[in-house]
Ligand binder design. Structure first.
Ligand code: GDG
Length: 473
């Protein structure tokens, strides 16, 4: 017990995230088992977790399931159950219908519902309670993302002995937008329960500090916030990255090279293969980029025999209304474009509403001449970094929105404003047809950047800073 009658657990490092790092799989004999989910965060944190007696607190991903804690591959897995109504109100509702659009520059309209908020509070408390139970005295707890912004404060109230970090994977909005939120004070206090609050880019950390001054009236100095009770909170940027070497190695395999050739052949051996890979989300600028590409062809600047666009759009949040509408809009646009400028057996846009294994992703990245990443707003955007990591030489070209967090680091990309269709057309054309010399000069610098700043470095930087936070004035 820690003195408040709370049970104290045995984990010295605890990650708290909406989702667990494991997926349930059904074996051929009908039994079910767990498999580590693919993804950068999991693989980056795995070594830390294993070396430190780690536990991961999260939801299994399906409603109305109460799974007992278990050990998987040396990790303590601590499931948090959610009812179907909670998934609707906390996850689809407040997280993805309120916070997601609000934090992404209100590119879609955020909805404010008191029932959603009440459920968000209740579910955050459940995550905080689980974490409080498994963490040993003085443990490090790392809370992830916008679904769990109240957890730091809730956890600190129960367990003031813990060292608490929080990382926001999406943008932190300007105060003018954040102030719309009826529960702005509660969210701010929730985050201030952490010792260290991490953001993707400096702009997010600055927006946060400004908000702290405006509604908290707490003094801040270069990212250090002084709370009245004498506690200090740090707010800093930690640009997330990928396991660069893994992507490079996967792309280097002979079978990936072969598959990449096959893909190029299947889409008609074009001179220019343009690629887009996104969750089907209204923040990603998919509509704008496909329009730009179609106009390049109908203007006669690109030839439909020479240029093909492959757009992978992963199914995402399929029960949220905005996403249903977006999917309809994009599929109508693709149909119209292919109807107007496609040829028999040769659509101008190959649109794939599906999720591929990572081997296929590496082959697609390797096959693409121009990677097109055009979000209207994006915390970071890992796809841009993955494309660069898969290059086997200083070739290829990245078209990148200035509104992606990745634009702060990937300065040598062909930068665009996705709201400016004419500029986007010019830059896409330039990226395709630029001289080999120009392309390789850019790509060399981009590759160095992504190899030097990989996900291990991200995790280490955050955890080192969290470890050295001074707790009191
Ligand atoms: C959030 C923030 C931030 C996509 N299609 C397939 C597939 N993917 C993988 C990509 C990439 C990931 O999904 C998408 O990551 P992004 O960073 O591009 O975007 P979000 O999903 O919106 O992520 C974002 C990120 O969190 C991390 O902090 O960068 O700004 O919005 O890894 O490769 N993977 C596979 N098949 C697919 O079809 N296997």
């Amino acid at each position: 017990s820690n003195g408040d009658g709370d049970f104290v657990g045995s984990a010295s490092f605890v990650v708290v995230a909406n989702r667990l790092p494991v997926d349930r799989v059904t074996e051929p004999d009908g039994s079910t088992d767990w498999r580590t989910s693919p993804g950068g965060l999991v693989s980056a944190l795995e070594p830390v977790m294993k070396s430190r007696d780690g536990a991961w607190v999260g939801w299994v991903g399906s409603p109305d399931e109460d799974v007992a804690p278990f050990t998987h591959d040396g990790l303590e897995i601590v499931p948090v159950p959610l009812s179907a109504a909670e998934v609707r109100d906390y996850y689809e509702g407040f997280s993805n219908g309120t916070l997601w659009p609000l934090y992404h520059d209100v590119v879609a309209h955020p909805e404010f519902h008191r029932e959603w908020w009440d459920t968000y509070v209740r579910v955050n408390r459940r995550f905080a309670d689980r974490a409080a139970e498994v963490a040993e005295k003085g443990a490090v707890v790392w809370v992830q993302d916008y679904q769990l912004q109240l957890v730091p404060q809730m956890l600190r109230e129960r367990r003031p002995d813990l060292r608490i970090g929080f990382f926001l994977h999406i943008p932190f909005p300007p105060t003018e937008l954040f102030q719309q939120l009826p529960w702005r004070r509660e969210i701010l206090d929730g985050l201030l329960g952490a010792d260290l609050v991490g953001f993707q880019v400096t702009g997010g950390a600055q927006n946060f500090s400004r908000l702290v001054r405006q509604i908290g009236h707490y003094p801040t100095q270069r990212g250090t916030i002084e709370l009245p009770e004498g506690r200090r909170v740090m707010a800093r940027a930690y640009p997330i990255s990928i396991n660069t070497q893994d992507f490079f190695d996967q792309a280097r395999l002979p079978e990936t090279a072969e598959r990449a050739e096959q893909i190029r052949h299947d889409v008609g051996d074009p001179t220019y293969l343009f690629l887009g890979v996104d969750r089907l989300d209204y923040t990603k600028g998919i509509f704008q980029r496909l329009r730009a590409f179609a106009e390049l062809i109908s203007d006669g600047l690109l030839d439909a025999d020479d240029a093909v666009f492959v757009q992978v759009a992963n199914p995402s949040r399929e029960r949220v209304e905005e996403y249903i509408r977006l999917r309809d809009d994009i599929e109508r646009l693709v149909g119209r474009i292919n109807g107007e400028i496609g040829r028999l057996g040769r659509p101008a846009i190959n649109y794939l509403h599906t999720f591929y294994p990572r081997e296929e992703m590496a082959a697609l990245y390797r096959a693409a001449d121009v990677m097109v990443v055009t979000p209207l707003r994006d915390g970071m955007n890992l796809v841009a970094k993955e494309y660069i990591a898969c290059r086997q030489a200083d070739d290829g070209a990245l078209v990148l929105s200035e509104f992606a967090g990745a634009a702060r680091e990937l300065r040598q990309s062909y930068m665009i404003n996705p709201y400016d269709i004419n500029q986007m057309k010019e830059r896409m054309l330039e990226a395709a047809t630029d001289s080999v010399r120009n392309k390789s000069r850019r790509m060399r610098i981009l590759r160095r950047q992504v190899f030097e700043h990989d996900i291990d470095r991200w995790a280490t930087n955050f955890l080192d800073d969290l470890g050295s936070c001074t707790r009191t004035r």
